[in-house]
Design a protein around this ligand. Structure first.
Ligand code: HSE
Length: 431
């Protein structure tokens, strides 16, 4: 009888409960695939009494989750507590230091402490696995670390937050505002009571840092990431984008330039409606990878929720039970480089710019003079409505131009007497 692989679960929220459910429903299947049984030895959560809809009576209950990190009966600690600091960090550090494998769904923890924890795991000869941390049920970590291992990765683009993608899709389909759709999503339990991590792009940003590290062999660096969320996106921008043949997506971009510097951005972008990422709607996530040999590859699926995320946790458990060991970020931690990050202002792109300006003579001349002085070339321009003396929307698309110049143009246009609202500037990614 092969030795069982024994796990301890710290945190029994949505994902932890899902993990227990899979282990119970698919025990025979998982044991057969792993070639050895795997057992839940102990579980720990804040509230023992809560009914989670799964039977926990067969598992040892541990009040202090820290104890799992030094429990001699446990081979791997599954950290599902969350948060980049505090208990989650303490447990992961201690478990690794004690020579236990760690499986986590905690992107914030890895985005902030990934290099330190990966180094510790390697020193101790154990694995730090995190398939569930990025894009839920999509096996993107395995794809990046193993499936695409032959490639120089040129770029990774990701729709990495289901809540944002759901909100943007609903706004387009129903014409309701960001606030109305968000409130509805919260009422139905799709969005967190505090939606900031999702709608301000932080959650997706954590995930992008991990993808950038895997793609380019660099230390994850959340502080180097420029993030813009989706709160400022209006239904009218979504409608104009649609008319122009685009969707608005909260897009993560990790791309290496010809000069070797890496662009790392998380912001709403226009992507062509018919492009691989333009077609990803609702709660779905997707990652689009460009490699020198594989060319392009799209992985899509559910990025959140009990079952898809727990499925990803089990994938890591299976790898460890099968003794598959891969460096945390694809290369040994000590070989991870400090990236040379591109300066956002110097990045070049086409842009969508929407203004609200008074409908009177000379306004377009004033706007285009600002663009001319900054050497920004307009590729198309439309004014919607005709209402002399009143505000009307004007939408223009630019040829490829430098981000800092576009931002400077926005500032100058906002200062014009005819401008009645902050201009809305969105990058266009012609994927
Ligand atoms: N809240 C995230 C989302 C899932 O909406 O995609 C967990 O990272």
């Amino acid at each position: 009888m092969p030795k069982p692989f024994r796990i301890g679960i710290a945190g029994l929220g949505t994902v932890g409960t899902g993990l227990v459910r899979i282990v119970q429903e698919h025990a025979a299947l998982l044991d057969a695939r792993a070639g050895r049984p795997f057992e839940i030895m102990a579980v720990s959560a804040r509230d023992r009494k809560r009914d989670r809809g799964v039977d926990l009576s067969a598992y040892r209950w541990v009040d202090d989750a820290q104890e799992l990190a030094s429990d001699p009966e446990i081979d791997a600690v599954v950290e599902l507590i969350g948060g980049s600091e505090g208990l989650a960090l303490d447990i992961v550090r201690t478990a690794l230091a004690n020579g236990k494998h760690v499986i986590t769904a905690n992107k914030a923890l890895l985005a902030h402490h990934g290099f330190e924890l990966a180094s510790l795991a390697e020193e101790q000869g154990v694995s730090l696995a995190y398939e569930a941390a990025v894009a839920g049920g999509i096996p993107i970590i395995k794809a990046m670390r193993e499936g695409f291992a032959a490639n120089q990765i040129k770029a990774v683009y990701g729709i990495l937050n289901g809540t944002c993608n759901y909100i943007l899709t609903e706004m387009r389909e129903t014409g309701r505002s960001f606030t109305a759709v968000l409130e509805d999503a919260q009422a139905q339990g799709y969005a967190e009571a505090d939606p900031a991590f999702d709608v301000d792009g932080i959650d997706a940003g954590h995930k992008l840092c991990l993808l950038a590290s895997l793609a380019f062999g660099v230390k994850p660096d959340f502080d180097a990431l420029k993030i813009k969320g989706i709160r400022h996106i209006k239904v009218e921008d979504i409608a104009y984008a649609t008319e122009l043949g685009y969707r608005i997506k909260l897009l993560g971009i990790a791309r290496r330039g010809d000069d070797g510097r890496i662009v790392q951005l998380m912001e709403p972008c226009l992507v062509p409606t018919g492009s691989p990422l333009g077609a990803v709607e609702g709660v779905y996530n997707a990652v689009y990878v460009e490699g020198d040999f594989v060319e392009t590859s799209l992985l899509t699926g559910k990025g959140a929720g009990e079952r898809p995320t727990a499925s990803a946790v089990v994938a890591d458990v299976m790898d460890l039970a099968r003794q598959i060991r891969v460096p945390t970020f694809g290369v040994p931690a000590q070989e991870l480089e400090q990236a040379a990050w591109a300066v956002t202002g110097e990045t070049r792109s086409h842009y969508y710019l929407r203004l609200h300006v008074l409908d009177r003579p000379g306004v377009i001349a004033d706007v285009s003079a600002i663009l001319r002085d900054l050497n920004i070339s307009i590729s198309s321009l439309m004014q919607r409505g005709r209402d002399p003396g009143q505000p009307v929307p004007v939408v223009l698309l630019s040829h490829e131009t430098c981000h800092a110049d576009m931002e400077a143009a926005c500032e100058k246009i906002a200062a014009l007497a005819c401008s009645v609202e902050e201009p809305c500037l969105i990058r266009i990614e012609e994927l």
